[in-house]
Every structure is written in C-alpha cells, then in structure tokens.
Ligand binder design. Structure first.
Ligand code: NAD
Length: 290
C-alpha cells in the first residue's frame, strides 16, 4: 500500500493563516504589530532568496519587516553592536541573523547577542539550554515544523521509537529534545553511526536530516513507519531530499515529499515564533524566558 503523503504546503498555509488572525487580534489589543528584524550579511544568492521569502511572508502575516542588509566585510564588533541595538529596541519583537555569515565572523558569538525572548530562530546557546531543560523558549523553526507536521497528521509519538539521522545544532539535536518532550524513545544517528539501516529499520518514525541525497532507501524503513524528510538538495532534476521517495513510498505508512514537506513549515514556524516573541515582550514574559 502506498504511504499517506504528508502535505507540508497545506499545513504551513494553515499555520500562516492562524498566525495572521492572531496577529490582527494582537494588533487590536495592543495597537502594535510584531516586528521581525532580519540581518543579512553579504551577497550569498541562496541567503537572499531565503531572507526575501521570510520578509515577504512576515508582511503577508501583518507583521512589520525591519530589514538590515550589511556588506560582506562588516566587522564583528559592528555587527554585534547592531544585534545588541535590535535586542534593546521595543519595536523589534524578533531578531534573525541569516546564516551562514562570511568566514571572518564568529557566528556563535553573534547569535549570542540575541536575547532568548527575541531569538525567533531558536538557535542561541541560551535558547538551546532552555530547550534542553524543557523551559519556556522559542523553538528552532525546522524542528518545530517537524513536530507540527507529526501533530497535524495525527502520528502517535508518545512511546514510539523515533530515529533522527543527523545531529546538527540546527535540526538533529533540537529535534531530539522536542521528541523527548513528546515522550518518544529517541535515537540519534550520525556520520559515525555503524549499520544505519539496522537502526532505522527499528524506528516507528524516521527523521532524515543528514544532508545526503537519497540516503534513506527501501532497506532503511520498517513497513508502516512514518518518514519525515528534512533534506533539501538542488539537483538537475529539481529539489530532492535525504529520502529516496520512490523506493520508500510503498513501504512507509506516511511520508513527506521534497519539495512540499518540511520545507514550507520552516518559515511558517518563524512567523509563529515572531508572534510569540511579541507577546513575550508585551506581556512582560521575557523574565520567564530569560
Ligand atoms: P549538517 O551538515 O549541519 O548536519 C548533518 C548531520 O548529518 C551531521 O550531524 C552528520 O553527522 C549527519 N550525517 C552526515 N552524513 C551522514 C550519514 N551518511 N549517515 C548518518 N548521518 C550522517 O546539516 P543540517 O543543517 O542539519 O541540514 C541537514 C539537511 O537538512 C540538509 O539537506 C539541509 O539542506 C536540510 N535543511 C532543511 C531545512 C528545511 O527548512 N527543510 C532546514 C535546515 C536544513
């Protein structure tokens, strides 16, 4: 039997619509709109595309687009000063530093200039610590998008074995925390893991986030398992994921496509985080996040 295809585009549209409605309610109640400050350093074409999409969708959701383009050669201390200024600015609900930054910059130190209550990407050391402790914080967007897809698709997570392939700060590690919080039994595989198929074949839920095209094939998947593909690869034949969709579609119980699976969820969750950050600021909830 063919897997149920999890339609990330439609789930992302619903999230965006909900955020838009909630943003209007926030505006009616406070007379203010959430403001998203995006900081883009240099001219990386892919980063330009990503940031433009984020800015466009932020405006479409009724939020204020506060964009700061900077030259590639900007100095670390100047960029840190800008991030601190945005952190202190009441009209800014959330601050997003587009990664990667040029090599002469220390991305970790830059991210850590963003306070947790404005960290709409959920990537600072403070946010990672709060997440690991299960405390209130803004969740990294792609992992939060995966959790939302599982929730909306009514995939049982509690008590199930989830195998995450990839241990990055951006996806694998925070996702392991979120799945643990949802009471899954979590295994994290990575580039040094031996005999990956024997591990993923035991999974009720596989989340592929290795950045290796078509890494997950028929031998990796238990019949009926849910397979979530985070990978994105631009190929001559279009976008592809870490999962060999055609090889897996008749084995898995549910499967995300690429494109149209996890990808659209990332910006939707960013908007959701920006609104949440605005309410943290307005309701004086920063203290509970810090
Ligand atoms: P990364 O390179 O930082 O991390 C990859 C991880 O996969 C590492 O932990 C590594 O140990 C592991 N890995 C590599 N090869 C492996 C193998 N053969 N077997 C098992 N594990 C292996 O990548 P990332 O930033 O986490 O991104 C992963 C993928 O997800 C990429 O394709 C990226 O483009 C995509 N991505 C998509 C979105 C989205 O919005 N859908 C967001 C972020 C990343």
């Amino acid at each position: 039997m063919s897997a149920k295809i999890i339609d990330g585009r439609s789930v992302a549209t619903k999230v965006r619509n909900q955020v838009k409605l909630a943003t209007e309610s926030y505006y009616s109640a406070t007379g203010r709109r959430p403001g998203l400050a995006t900081v883009l350093v240099g001219h990386d074409p892919a980063s330009h595309v990503y940031i433009n999409n984020k800015r466009k969708q932020c405006v479409a959701a009724g939020m204020v687009d506060l964009h700061h383009p900077l030259p590639a050669e900007v100095a670390q201390e100047d960029l840190e000063a800008l991030l601190r200024k945005l952190a202190a600015d009441d009209s800014v609900s959330g601050v997003l530093l587009q990664l990667p930054v040029p090599e002469h910059l220390d991305a970790s130190a830059l991210l850590d200039c963003i306070p947790a209550h404005k960290d709409v990407d959920g990537l600072t050391t403070e946010s990672a610590g709060l997440l690991a402790r299960g405390l209130r914080s803004l969740r990294p967007c792609t992992p939060a998008g995966v959790i939302e897809l599982l929730r909306v698709s009514e995939i049982e997570v509690s008590g199930r074995h989830a195998v995450i392939v990839g241990r990055s700060q951006l996806v694998g590690k925070p996702l392991s925390q979120l799945l643990l919080q949802s009471d899954a039994t979590v295994t994290v595989a990575h580039s040094r893991t031996q005999n990956l198929p024997s591990i993923t074949r035991d999974a009720d839920i596989i989340i592929a986030a290795a950045g290796v095209p078509h890494l997950i094939g028929a031998t990796h998947v238990k019949p009926g398992a849910t397979v979530i593909d985070v990978g994105i690869h631009r190929t001559r034949d279009g976008l592809r994921g870490d999962v060999d969709f055609d090889a897996v579609v008749d084995i898995a119980g549910a499967l995300t496509p690429v494109p149209g699976g996890v990808g659209p969820m990332t910006i939707a969750m960013l908007l959701s985080n920006t609104l949440q950050a605005a309410t943290f600021n307005t309701q004086g909830m920063a203290a509970s996040v810090r």
